[in-house]
Ligand binder design. Structure first.
Ligand code: UD1
Ligand code: MG
Length: 428
């Protein structure tokens, strides 16, 4: 089906109480509007986004992900409201699906349901115990009879528990024939998209209701809504991975952003955060570890370890309180308390507790390169830039300030002095 999609995102989002436009608030790593556009693009080659408040900012943020979206500025001063919002869009196709930019949980598979009707308008409806805040929809058999906004509804209409979820499929002739006839003669002095339904109904056109899942069509209007949608999104993300064979221990304590990939026989323990563009393959991420924008393959991480962006860990174990940043570790063990930044560490090397790569001199960052089968004793500082070749031993407590050739021992120690009987003399 040839389909155009319009995403409404011009509203101010007053109830978010934020300087950031509502649709740029993030859920599981991405802005709400990102999800709407991503799902829309699966169904359509003609996606328009209607903006007004902080339009340039929203457009710039979305252009980081998408390059073929029509951004349309609503003439909000003259035509406010959801009806006003669609007036400036010229849709290419015969079928026009209207979505809201603040419904991040709507999936394209569910939107396909709208395309199965042969009606002039298909509108999404939900049955709610508490319909407060929504437009009410009166249904008779399989047709919509009436739609009325809460602020314009009479007492009887307010009792209706079937509400407008805010997503519609219009045949293009509806826009052509009725948009210019919209008026703002209502409680909010706005141009309502819902009045198109009203007018079409009066002319005897066919309007079908489509019952949709409440949790997927949840609109985000406040920070409370935002957190509730986050919970639903998290549940969805983790359940998808569980179906693929990933183990999550106490999943409700684990945070996984939508860009993350997990493959093979992986296990994620409680309290873990997997962020950004992270990929986990056949690995075990233990309690309270954080991995961001990194790749972990056949490795075990944590508990309480932190892998920061642009790291790659293969056949590696890092233990508690080990921080890795922008480093490649292949076949490495770093069991405890280390900072490994801007480093490249090769097979068979063992990093003792308390090892620090001193990668920053206050102005620039420098690299540490550690070869194969290097044994680094505890409490070692590697002052970068520095290269440790293969088969090297660094003694505990050493400060390495120059490159070390293959086969060598590096040791720097102040001589140990023992003064017998000192304790008694000092404390007596
Ligand atoms: C709308 C529906 C209501 C439905 C509810 C579902 C109308 C008149 N009412 O009400 O029946 O139950 O959604 O959530 O449509 N927007 C613009 N430009 C504007 C105003 C709004 O682009 O001038 C966008 C908003 O950014 C938002 C969407 O349209 O994404 C819905 O607007 P909102 O103000 O939330 O409409 P409701 O009053 O909730
Ligand atoms: Mg709303």
């Amino acid at each position: 089906m040839k389909l155009s999609i319009i995403i409404l995102a011009a509203g101010k989002g007053t109830r978010m109480k934020s300087k950031l436009p509502k649709v740029l608030h993030k859920i599981s790593g991405y802005e709400m509007l990102y999800y709407s556009i991503k799902e829309a693009k699966k169904l359509s080659d003609d996606v328009s986004v209607v903006l007004y408040h902080q339009a340039k900012l929203v457009e710039n943020e979305m252009q980081k992900y998408f390059d073929d979206i029509n951004f349309v500025l609503q003439d909000h001063a003259n035509y406010p409201g959801t009806g006003g919002a669609v007036m400036g869009v010229s849709a290419k196709h015969e079928n026009i699906l209207v979505l809201n930019g603040d419904m991040p949980l709507v999936e394209s598979s569910e939107l396909e349901g709208f395309l199965k009707f042969n009606s002039d308008i298909v509108m999404s409806v939900i049955k709610l115990n508490n319909p407060d805040g929504y437009g009410r929809v009166i249904i008779d058999g399989d047709e919509v009879v009436k739609i009325v906004e809460q602020k314009d509804a009479n007492e009887d209409e307010l009792k209706t528990k079937t509400v407008n979820a805010g997503v519609y499929l219009f045949k293009s002739h509806i826009f052509k024939n009725y948009l210019t006839k919209l008026s703002n003669d209502n409680a909010q002095k706005e141009y309502y998209i819902t009045d198109l339904v009203e007018m079409a109904k009066k002319d005897g056109l066919k309007i079908s209701p489509l019952f949709v899942k409440e949790e997927n069509f949840k609109g985000v209007n406040s920070k409370k809504d935002l957190s509730e949608s986050e919970v639903l999104m998290q549940k969805r993300i983790k359940e998808n991975f569980m179906r693929e064979g990933v183990i999550f221990r106490l999943p409700e304590t684990i945070y996984v952003e939508s860009g993350v990939k997990i493959e093979g026989e992986s296990m994620i323990e409680n309290g873990v955060s997997l962020l950004g563009d992270t990929k986990i393959i056949n690995s075990h991420i233990k309690t309270n570890s954080v991995v961001e924008d990194s790749e972990i393959i056949n490795s075990s991480i944590g508990p309480m370890a932190r892998v920061r962006p642009n790291s790659e860990l293969v056949d590696t174990h890092i233990g508690n309180f080990v921080e890795v940043k922008k480093s490649i570790l292949k076949g490495v063990k770093a069991g405890h308390l280390s900072y490994l930044g801007d480093s490249d560490i090769d097979e068979g090397s063992n990093i003792g507790a308390g090892t620090i790569t001193c990668n920053y001199d206050g102005k620039k960052k420098y690299k540490t390169k550690i070869g194969k089968n290097v044994f680094i004793g505890s409490d070692t500082q590697l002052v970068a830039p520095v290269v440790i070749e293969d088969d090297v031993i660094i003694a505990a407590g050493t400060t390495v300030i120059q490159d070390v050739k293959s086969g060598s021992l590096a040791i720097s120690r102040t001589p140990l002095k023992i003064v017998e009987g000192f304790f008694k003399k000092f404390f007596s």
